[in-house]
Design a binder for this molecule. Sequence first.
Ligand code: SAM
Length: 296
Amino acid sequence: MRAPDRPDGNAEAPREAPVGPAEFGRGELTPRDAAEFRGLKRMIHKRAGLCCDGYKERVLRRRMAVRMRAKGVQTFGAYAALLKQDPAEYQRLIDTVTINVSKFFRNASTWVLLRDQVIPELWASNHERIRIWSAGSAAGEEAYSVAILLLQHAETHGPGIERFDILATDIDLDVLEQAKQAEYGPFVFTEMADPTRDRWFEGPKRNQLRSEVKKYVRFDTLDLMSAEFPAGQHLILCRNVLIYFEREVQHAMFKKFHAATAAGGFLQLGKVETLFGAPTGLYETVSARERLFRKV
Ligand SMILES: C[S@@+](CC[C@H](N)C(=O)[O-])C[C@H]1O[C@@H](n2cnc3c(N)ncnc32)[C@H](O)[C@@H]1O
């Protein structure tokens, strides 16, 4: 028999089939759990501004279950009640749902392609401004990796870097704050070569990004689910973000990315993401292996 889980201590009516949070990522929900889950999503949208509808339901349920276990509650309804009493928990929930793990030069082979093909082509172009957008940037690791590549390219190719404009956006205000500080823990360096780290980071732990790199990236908050996309992009990196979204949302986003891309511009997805469901004819594949596409 399920223990009472309402914060006021009153027992709830018995459920059709008791399921603990560990089960919420799997299988079907009971009608009651499903109704509570919908109510919780509405509440999070209204009170914390996070529209959960586009996220894959199983992923969302699993992530929420992480917080529910941490708080020792058994049902979505009990978690909703707890959120009302503990507003700080919203931020922890959002951090968990929008999981923001990143690394410098994550998936090295992708960065080799960007370094050897995309950046030289953009550099050689005659665009007055060359716009690069890291969408779902986490704490800036991806956008700063681009800035490092540009600085390294400038060493052999002379002037030109001033034409580049790198924008990094995320829904999560905390990670954007970390991005501006640009001081990192050891995890983010595991795919970065030591000489690169020595070159562009300083401080006793070599974990503070140098200001000469920082100055090339500007950060802004942007919810990919609801915001207008910044137009005229020559390279959009949206890696390891779309995997969390439902197919139809991905489909709509590919269209928006396409509209936001300048003629011939590139779209770089994450290693496990595909353009599946994207309206055909919008992009051509530059590298299927690296998930690099180009607007046609
Ligand atoms: C796993 S990280 C990916 C970071 C980086 N792009 C990479 O590949 O290393 C996913 C990021 O997407 C952000 N995100 C999740 N939902 C979002 C949304 N609706 N709008 C904008 N960013 C979102 C999260 O806050 C998180 O920082």
